[in-house]
Write a protein that binds this ligand. Structure first.
Ligand SMILES: [Zn+2]
Length: 529
């Protein structure tokens, strides 16, 4: 028997854009839309044409996407005709493949928020859907507060959904707008809806206010719904929307769903999921959630030694799916709990061949423990771990020496009479017996030091020209005047490879210097300098 098609609808650019602190530019929206398209998402809901300049421009662009590009807006306002509603007109004129209308389906909202009658609400749904169908658009109707509405007055909620379906809407979207529904309720209610409207025309739109948006979406599919709406990384107002990044691999890799359904995401596209998730975080300037299911850095990380030795023999012993399937990787944490097997596995991953009984393994473990005790965090800084391991094994060349550096911070008036704070760093390095001096100004002392360090490394300069600092995190360990600063620096090179290094010192500049040095030396080792 053939598998049924299950459709994915992304609303990162519309519902996701409601998140506090998220403000997409036109270019952001286009870049995210292309990424969703490449991932194999069926529908991309991109915004409200006519409501703001960005969205109006977005719907005027030629986009060349394979996905169904969807505009969102309200049904005609109560008491108006479809020809006399500017909001509806903008929606109908937008260059969109599909239109998603939002309408009330809870009698309480119709009375209190809309201040109109049940009959006028139904007429507004019918008229709006009819107008969009006439314009040859694929039509969706978002039934707002559907589950709450269904519990209050099932007949009215169903009548709203049915009105849209009867007028030719391709999809009736059951929205858990307040996000309070539970999976068993969703499964029961969707099961009742699909006796009236075929499941192949029913979609689920879940919010995450009880942290069950993913579970609710799956419950709706079990009950017959054939479209899931959600966002990348579960972006969305309050607690977010259903997270497509968790749903997609569940649908692809878990037998109950994989055997019954086809989705638009291929196995090859699934492998780009972790990358897509991290790219979105980067655009939002957020640190990715390390503990995100499937794609988080810790999703396949194992700490205890006994687990690590089992994983090396047979990964399935401690992994529910293979990390490579979603573009993630297995990580065996090196920490103060680490056993020898963790260290061995990590060395193998790095590509360092060492004999199991080599006494240097024990020595490395000792050094890691000593350094973690004073604040180093090798779990978070795998590049620093690799360098440490290579040093203990005697495999890091001494490329250059920093003989001295000097960093100053100055506050003064600039030529325009504005108060500015500038930093200047001077670095003296020795490369192959040659002394080189570089100076650089920066917006802060670490920035200046970074720029000066990377300005002139003589014959190694070409290896580090693509090196870039992408994140800088500072943490103060233990309080008071005895405080120690831990700096984590994330770097990236021209190939897109990223790595993290660590430095620890009572002095923040010194800690930053260590992490910067590790980053540069790591890049030189990696480039085979
Ligand atoms: Zn929503």
């Amino acid at each position: 028997m053939g598998r049924e098609r299950l459709y994915l609808f992304d609303t990162t650019l519309r519902d996701g854009a409601q998140t506090n602190g998220v403000d997409f530019t036109l270019n952001d929206k286009l870049a995210i839309a292309r990424m969703l398209d490449e991932l194999g998402i069926d529908y991309i809901e991109a915004g409200y044409p006519g409501a703001n300049l960005t969205d109006t421009q977005l719907f005027a662009e030629e986009r060349g996407l394979r996905a169904t590009f969807t505009a969102f807006g309200m049904t005609r306002r109560p008491g108006r005709s479809t020809s006399n509603d500017p909001g509806l007109a903008a929606l109908l004129e937008a260059k969109a493949d599909a239109i998603c209308f939002v309408a009330k389906s809870w009698d309480y909202h119709v009375r209190v928020a809309l201040e109109t009658s049940a009959e006028e609400n139904l007429a507004s749904i019918r008229d709006s859907v009819r107008a969009a169908v006439r314009k040859k658009r694929e039509v969706l109707l978002d039934c707002e507060h559907f589950f709450d509405g269904y519990k209050a007055d099932a007949g009215f909620a169903l009548a709203c959904a049915k009105a849209a379906y009867d007028e030719g809407a391709r999809w009736v979207v059951l929205c858990d707008t307040n996000g309070g529904a539970l999976p068993h309720e969703v499964e029961r209610i969707v099961g009742e809806v699909v006796t009236v409207i075929p499941g192949s025309h029913v979609a689920i739109h879940a919010h995450n206010d009880t942290e069950q948006a993913v579970a609710n979406s799956l419950a709706a599919v079990r009950a017959g719904a054939r479209q899931i709406q959600g966002t990348l990384n579960g972006l969305g107002e309050r607690c977010g929307n259903a997270n497509l990044v968790s749903l997609i691999p569940t649908l692809k890799l878990k037998r109950e769903f994989a055997e019954r359904f086809d989705i638009g995401v291929s196995e090859a596209q699934l492998k780009s999921l972790a990358h897509a998730s991290r790219t979105l975080d980067e655009m939002l300037n957020r640190a990715p959630n390390r503990h995100a299911p499937y794609v988080g850095e810790s999703a396949f990380a194992t700490k205890a030694g006994i687990h690590a030795s089992a994983i090396m023999k047979e990964p399935a012993t401690y992994e529910h799916v293979p990390p490579e399937a979603v573009g993630n990787r297995r990580k065996l944490l090196v920490s103060d709990q680490a056993g020898k097997s963790n260290v061995l596995a990590e060395l193998e991953r790095i590509g360092l061949k060492v004999d199991r009984d080599d006494p240097r393994i024990g020595r490395l473990l000792e050094v890691v423990k000593e350094r973690e005790a004073i604040g180093y965090a090798y779990e978070a800084a795998d590049a620093s771990f690799e360098l440490l391991a290579r040093r203990v094994l005697g495999k890091v060349p001494s490329y250059f020496d920093v003989e001295k550096f000097d960093v100053t911070v100055e506050q003064r008036d600039n030529a325009l009479g504005q108060r500015v704070t500038v930093s200047l760093a001077v670095v003296k390095v020795k490369v192959d017996g040659e002394h080189l001096i570089s100076a650089a100004e920066g917006n802060g002392p670490v920035n200046a030091l970074d720029l000066a360090l990377r300005k002139d490394l003589g014959k190694y300069q070409s290896y580090i020209s693509g090196l870039e600092l992408t994140d800088y995190r500072v943490r103060i360990l233990n309080g008071g005047t005895e405080a120690v600063t831990r700096v984590l620096i994330e770097s990236q090179d021209e190939t897109g490879e990223r790595w993290t290094t660590v430095g620890v010192s009572p002095n923040i500049i010194d800690a930053s210097f260590q992490a910067l040095m590790d980053s540069i030396v790591y890049k030189l080792v990696r480039s085979g300098a």
